[in-house]
Design a protein around this ligand. Structure first.
Ligand SMILES: Cc1ncc(COP(=O)(O)O)c(C=O)c1O
Length: 323
């Protein structure tokens, strides 16, 4: 184990029991700890999978430049994988992206541009990708290799980690790749597994899933990064979802801080949203039950935000810093 190439460090992450959260004896909440991936998020999995497939098909060659739009985590994964394979990379991120995430992408040697809202970072990447025939667009929002990567790796690992003992799986979605790929694997293995989409207030996914015709009217800004979406994209497979539950910034951030204080887990805001939602589900379950969720990324990416009392005060959540 002493000599290993960086790409082999992706996946096979630990599953942890969030013991202080179990709402009643026999009702357990478990979380797959994706912070253990090299860039601290589960996006390493999809980029590795897509690049391997691209090399197999001949679309990715030695002189290829990987191009992508990302809320930050996929950008870090693209930059890291490009660096470890001797490729170049170009990333577009939204202005909401934490400074840490931009710095991480730059450190891997990538070109990174911050796109100010309302301009779209995905559109900027798509346009740039057309400029040169050596550019390869990862296109995580529409590329079916994204959910497939989670079906082949994360979903399979979750099933094995839990020995198939899973009642409900809870996860938030942006591209939808993680929740869709994991849901397909778990439901294929046991049709009784229920999948709950955890969606930030302000995302259109929950109203769309619930059949609201005016789902676009539900759009509003929120602070948690990486969760939710303002458009319907192809990597998100709503047919595999059984229910959607909304969380707000305060609930997600309070849970994120609690996971650090009570469980020793330094995680990002979407993890807080996932675990908050998993707890809501768990409270309604009868014993015995196992609710599984996922920790998409590391809290170290949000030191200037969620773990910074000044930022919490700026967004009106200063009371959370005082606890
Ligand atoms: C921190 C974080 N959480 C959750 C997600 C959602 O994952 P997915 O895009 O697979 O739906 C992302 C994706 O950008 C993310 O960066």
């Amino acid at each position: 184990m002493s000599k290993i190439e960086a790409l082999k460090l992706i996946g096979n992450t630990p599953m942890v029991h969030l013991k202080t959260l179990d709402p009643k004896p026999g009702v357990e909440i478990w979380a797959k700890l994706e912070t253990a991936n090299p860039t601290g998020s589960y996006k390493d999995r999809i980029v590795k999978y897509m690049v391997e497939k691209g090399i197999e098909s001949g679309e990715i060659k030695k002189n290829t430049t990987l191009v992508e739009g990302s809320s930050g985590n996929t950008g870090a994964a693209v930059a890291m994988i490009a660096s470890s394979m001797g490729l170049k990379s170009i990333l577009y991120v939204p202005d909401k992206c934490s400074d840490e995430k931009v710095a991480i992408i730059r450190s891997f040697g990538a070109e990174v541009s911050v796109v100010n809202a309302p301009a779209s970072y995905e559109a900027a990447a798509a346009e740039r990708a057309k400029e040169d025939e050596t550019f390869y667009h990862i296109d995580q929002y529409n590329n079916q290799l994204n959910p497939e990567a989670h079906y082949m790796t994360t979903g399979k690992e979750i099933w094995d980690d839990m020995n198939g003992d899973i009642d409900v799986f809870v996860a938030t979605a942006s591209t939808g790749g993680a929740v869709s790929g994991i849901a397909r694997r778990l439901k294929e293995n046991n049709t009784n597994v229920k999948v709950v989409l955890a969606d930030p207030e302000g995302s259109i996914y929950k109203p769309y899933f619930e059949g609201k015709e005016n789902y676009m009217d539900y759009k509003k800004p929120f602070k948690v990064e990486g969760a939710g979406k303002m458009a319907i994209v192809k990597a998100m497979h709503f047919n595999l979802m059984d229910e959607a539950i909304a969380f707000n910034d305060e609930q997600a951030i309070e849970m994120t801080l609690r996971l650090a204080k009570d469980e020793g887990l330094m995680v990002g805001g979407s993890s807080g949203g996932n675990v908050w939602t998993a707890l809501e589900v768990a409270k309604k379950m009868e014993s015995p039950a196992k609710i599984v969720t996922i920790i998409p990324d590391s809290g170290f990416k949000y030191m200037s935000k969620i773990f910074n009392p000044l930022w919490l005060r700026e967004i009106g959540l200063g009371h959370l810093a005082d606890n």
